[in-house]
Design a protein around this ligand. Structure first.
Ligand code: AHR
Length: 496
C-alpha cells in the first residue's frame, strides 16, 4: 500500500502541553507497593524506598506529571494516615481494591518520589468520604509558606520548604465510586471544597470530576458535564474537567482480526468524548479556558480484574493504540490540558512490570519514549493520504472509515517530530513524506514493531518489543519511508 504525508512546518498551531504525556499511580494491586515503593526492606535496590529500576525508567521518559493516590482509592483516602513515622501509621482498608493499606507510602513519599523523577505531582483529594476541612488542611500541609501548625508538622516530618503542589483534583468518578452523586449535588460539594482549598493556596489549579461516556447510553453520564458546569459557571473555581476512557476489544493477547481493527476505531469515540466535553465547556465558560484532563485512560483487558490487582498482558497492539490515542490528544492540544495513562507499574496499561528485584518495560513504555518530544512542541499543519478500512467505534451506529496510517506532527526549534502508526496487520505502507516550504538537513528515526500484534515483553524476553534506530532515506531531498505492518515510527526531520 502507498500513502502521502504532507506537512507545513511554517504553519504552526497550539503548543502541545507536555502534561498530555502524564501518568497515574493508584494504591491498587502492585502499582505503588512493589511497583514503586519497596521501603527499606532489603534486597531490592532503592533510593529512600523507591525502587531504582523503575525510577531510572521514569527519569528517562521525563514524565511530566503523576496523578495520585487514586482512582476510586482517593475518595476513601485520609491523608493524615500517611504521614509521620512509618511504623506508627495505621493499617487501613483499601475498600475498592480489597487490600490492607499499610500507609507507608503517603504524602511525603509521593512528593519526594515526584521530585526524584522530575515530575509534577497531581493529587486527587477525597470528596466522597472526606470533608472540605480535611482537603484544605492537606493543601496547607503541602503548600503553606507561613508558620502554621501543619507547616510545622511538615517540617517535623523532614520537609521545611513547601512542596507547592499545583494540581488538585476534587474527587474521582463521583458519579460512581466517589459517592454516587448527581452532577448538581457534586457541583455544590465541589464548590465547598474548592473555596477553602483555593483560599489557603491561591495559586493552585483545581480539577472537577467530569463524565465518562462509555457507550453514550448512560443518562447520568450524558447529563453530568452539563449539570456540573451549569453550577460552576458562576464561580471562578475550576481549571480543568476530567474525562476517563478505557478501551477493550477481545482478550489481551488473543483477539480476532476484527477486534484488532475495532480497537483503533475506538480512538474516534475518544475524539467524540473530547468533542462532547468541549461543547459544554465552550457553552458554560465562553470567557475562560477550562481544560480537559483525561486523567485516566488506556486499554483495559478483561483479564484485569480486582482479584489479580488489575494485571493484564501488555502487548504491541496496546502500544499502537496508546500512540493512536496520544495523536488524538496532540490534535486537541487547544483543549486537552493533561492526560494520565492508567497505571504506571504492574497495573492495567503499565509502563513496567516487576517481580521481586526484576523489571521489564512494556511496549507502551517505548511509545511514550518515542513520543515525548511532541510535549512542549508546536502543532504544525499536516495532511495524510492513507488507505482506510471500515469498523464501528463504540457508541457509533455505523462503521466509519479508519486510516491505516495515523500521524501526528509538531515542531520544536528546527526539528519536525513526525510519529506514524501503521495499523495494518499484514501490509507495509510506503509513504512519501513531503515537507513543504522548508529544506531538510537530516532525518533520523526509531521504530517499534513485532511479528504478532499480541506479542509482549517478559522476564525471559524483556526486549522482544523495543524501539530500534532506523536510517530513513531521502529521495529528491524528501523522505520516503516504509512503515511495516503493526508498527510505530518516530521520525525527527531537522530543517536547515
Ligand atoms: O484505574 C482503575 C480504576 O478505574 C480507578 O480506580 C477508577 O477511577 C477507574 O474506574
Amino acid at each position: 500500500m502507498e500513502a502521502v504525508i504532507r506537512c507545513w512546518p511554517a504553519v504552526k498551531g497550539e503548543t502541545i502541553p507536555p502534561e498530555i504525556y502524564g501518568h497515574f499511580s493508584e494504591h491498587l494491586g502492585r502499582c505503588i507497593y512493589e511497583g514503586i515503593w519497596v521501603g527499606n526492606s532489603g534486597n531490592i535496590p532503592n533510593q529512600n524506598g523507591i525502587r531504582l529500576d523503575v525510577l531510572a525508567a521514569l527519569k528517562q521518559l521525563r514524565v511530566p506529571v503523576i496523578r495520585w493516590p487514586g482512582g476510586c482509592f482517593a475518595d476513601d483516602y485520609h491523608w493524615r494516615d500517611g504521614i509521620g513515622p512509618i511504623e506508627s501509621r495505621p493499617q487501613t482498608v483499601n475498600l475498592w481494591w480489597k487490600q490492607v493499606e499499610p500507609n507507608s507510602f503517603g504524602t511525603d513519599e509521593f512528593l519526594q518520589f515526584c521530585e526524584v523523577v522530575g515530575a509534577a505531582p497531581y493529587i486527587c483529594a477525597n470528596l466522597g468520604s472526606g470533608s472540605p476541612r480535611e482537603a484544605r488542611d492537606w493543601v496547607e500541609f503541602c503548600n503553606f509558606t507561613g508558620d502554621s501548625t501543619l507547616a510545622q508538622l511538615r517540617a517535623a516530618n523532614g520537609r521545611k520548604p513547601p512542596y507547592q503542589v499545583k494540581r488538585w483534583g476534587i474527587g474521582n468518578e463521583n458519579w460512581g465510586c466517589g459517592g454516587n452523586f448527581t452532577g448538581r449535588d457534586y457541583a455544590k460539594e465541589y464548590m465547598r471544597f474548592a473555596t477553602y482549598m483555593r483560599a489557603i493556596s491561591p495559586e493552585i489549579e483545581l480539577l472537577a470530576c467530569g463524565a465518562s461516556f462509555g457507550d453514550y447510553r448512560n443518562s447520568v453520564q450524558n447529563a453530568w458535564n452539563r449539570e456540573v458546569c451549569d453550577e460552576l459557571r458562576r464561580v471562578d473555581l475550576v481549571n480543568h474537567i476530567t474525562l476517563h476512557r478505557h478501551f477493550s476489544r477481545g482478550q489481551g493477547e488473543s483477539f480476532s482480526d476484527a477486534e484488532y481493527y475495532a480497537l483503533f476505531a475506538d480512538a474516534l469515540s475518544m475524539e467524540r468524548d473530547i468533542a462532547l466535553t468541549d461543547a459544554v465547556l465552550r457553552d458554560c465558560f465562553p470567557d475562560r479556558t477550562v481544560g480537559i484532563a483525561v486523567d485516566e485512560w488506556g486499554v483495559w483487558h478483561p483479564e484485569a480484574v480486582p482479584e489479580n490487582g488489575l494485571e493484564q498482558p501488555n502487548t504491541l497492539r496496546d502500544a499502537l493504540m496508546a500512540a493512536t490515542v496520544l495523536h488524538v490528544f496532540n490534535q486537541w492540544a487547544q483543549r486537552v490540558s493533561m492526560a494520565n495513562l492508567a497505571q504506571t507499574v504492574n497495573v492495567l496499561q503499565c509502563l513496567a512490570v516487576t517481580d521481586r528485584n526484576k523489571m521489564f518495560l512494556t511496549p507502551t513504555y517505548y511509545v511514550f519514549d518515542m513520543m515525548r518530544l511532541h510535549g512542549g512542541a508546536k502543532q504544525i499543519l499536516f495532511q495524510t493520504e492513507s488507505p482506510t478500512y471500515e469498523a464501528r467505534p463504540v457508541g457509533f451506529d455505523k462503521k466509519q472509515p479508519v486510516p491505516y496510517l495515523d500521524v501526528s506532527a509538531s515542531l520544536s526549534g528546527k526539528k519536525v517530530h513526525l510519529t506514524v502508526v501503521n495499523k495494518s496487520l499484514t501490509e507495509a505502507i510506503e509513504a512519501k513524506i513531503e515537507v513543504r516550504e522548508a529544506v531538510i538537513a537530516s532525518v533520523s528515526g526509531k521504530m517499534l514493531h513485532g511479528e504478532q500484534p499480541g506479542e509482549t515483553n517478559s522476564f525471559k524476553s524483556p526486549s522482544r518489543i523495543a524501539s530500534r534506530r532506523i536510517r530513513p532515506t531521502l529521495s529528491n531531498e524528501q523522505p520516503v519511508q516504509t512503515f511495516p505492518p503493526r508498527s510505530f515510527t518516530a521520525l525527527t526531520i531537522t530543517l536547515e
